[in-house]
Design a protein around this ligand. Structure first.
Ligand code: CA
Length: 220
C-alpha cells in the first residue's frame, strides 16, 4: 500500500511518514499543494493524506482538481483547528474522510486502514482468503492452512498486494509502485527477494512466476 502525504508542517509530515513506514506502508511526502497534485495525478497511490492550508495550492483545490480529473484515490483531509474550516466543505470537494489537528496517531492509522478497506472493494472485509491462505489486513496477520506465519512489514505488504489481486498477473513494477516509495531508487529486483522470502515462509506453490510478466498468487 502506497500513501502520499501532502503536509507543509515538515516535522509533522516526517514523523507521520516514519510511523506509517514502520506499519509497512510505502510513504511519499511533499510539502506543497501543487506538487501534491502532480504526484497524486502521476503515481498510483492507494491513499492521500491531504492538509488544507498549503503553499502552492490549498487542499480543497487539490482534492477538487483530482476529482474533476476522474481520480478517485481515497483522500483523508487534515485541518488545523476544530471549527476553523467547514468539514462539509472538505467532503463537498470529494474528500473521503476528515481529521482535525491535533489528532492521535492511532486514530489516523485506524482511519487510513478503514479507508483502504473501503476502497479495496472487498466489501469492506479486512480479510482476504485465497485457497488455504488467509490475510487479515486490519490485524496484519497471515495464516496458511490455519497456521499463523509471521511476516516482516514489507513481506506482508507484497503479499497483501498479490492477495488483493489473486489469480491475476501482477508485474514487478506494479508491486514496486505500491509497496516502495519514490525515494527507492535501488534495484527493482528487490521484489524477487521478497517473493523468495514469502515462498520460503508460506510454501513454494503459492506464488507463480509468470515469465516476463510478473507474479500470480494462486489458490492452493
Ligand atoms: Ca498546513
Amino acid at each position: 500500500m502506497r500513501l502520499l502525504i501532502v503536509e507543509d508542517e515538515r516535522r509533522l509530515a516526517l514523523s507521520l511518514a516514519k510511523g506509517l513506514r514502520a506499519e509497512g506502508f510505502a510513504v511519499d511526502v511533499v510539502h506543497d499543494g501543487l506538487e501534491g497534485l502532480h504526484r497524486a495525478s502521476a503515481e498510483p497511490y492507494d491513499l492521500v493524506v491531504l492538509d488544507i492550508m498549503l503553499p502552492g495550492m490549498n487542499g480543497y483545490r487539490v482534492c477538487a482538481t483530482l476529482r474533476a480529473a476522474g481520480n478517485d484515490v481515497p483522500i483523508l483531509m487534515l485541518t488545523a483547528k476544530d471549527g476553523e474550516y467547514d468539514e462539509a466543505e472538505g467532503l463537498d470537494t470529494g474528500a473521503d474522510d476528515y481529521l482535525t489537528k491535533p489528532f492521535s496517531y492511532v486514530v489516523l492509522v485506524a482511519r487510513i486502514r478503514a479507508l483502504l478497506r473501503r476502497s479495496n472493494g472487498a466489501g469492506g472485509s479486512p480479510v482476504l482468503t485465497v485457497g488455504s491462505l488467509r490475510v487479515e489486513t486490519a490485524a496484519r496477520r497471515v495464516f496458511r492452512e490455519g497456521e499463523e506465519v509471521p511476516l516482516a512489514a514489507k513481506e506482508f505488504a507484497v503479499l497483501e498486494h498479490l492477495a488483493a489481486r489473486a489469480g491475476e498477473v501482477v508485474s514487478k513494477s506494479e508491486i514496486l509502485a505500491h509497496v516502495w516509495d519514490f525515494a527507492y531508487d535501488g534495484d527493482p529486483n528487490i521484489v524477487e527477494v521478497y517473493v523468495s522470502a514469502l515462498r520460503r515462509k508460506l510454501g513454494a506453490d503459492l506464488i507463480r512466476t509468470v515469465r516476463g510478466a510478473g507474479y500470480r498468487l494462486e489458490a492452493r
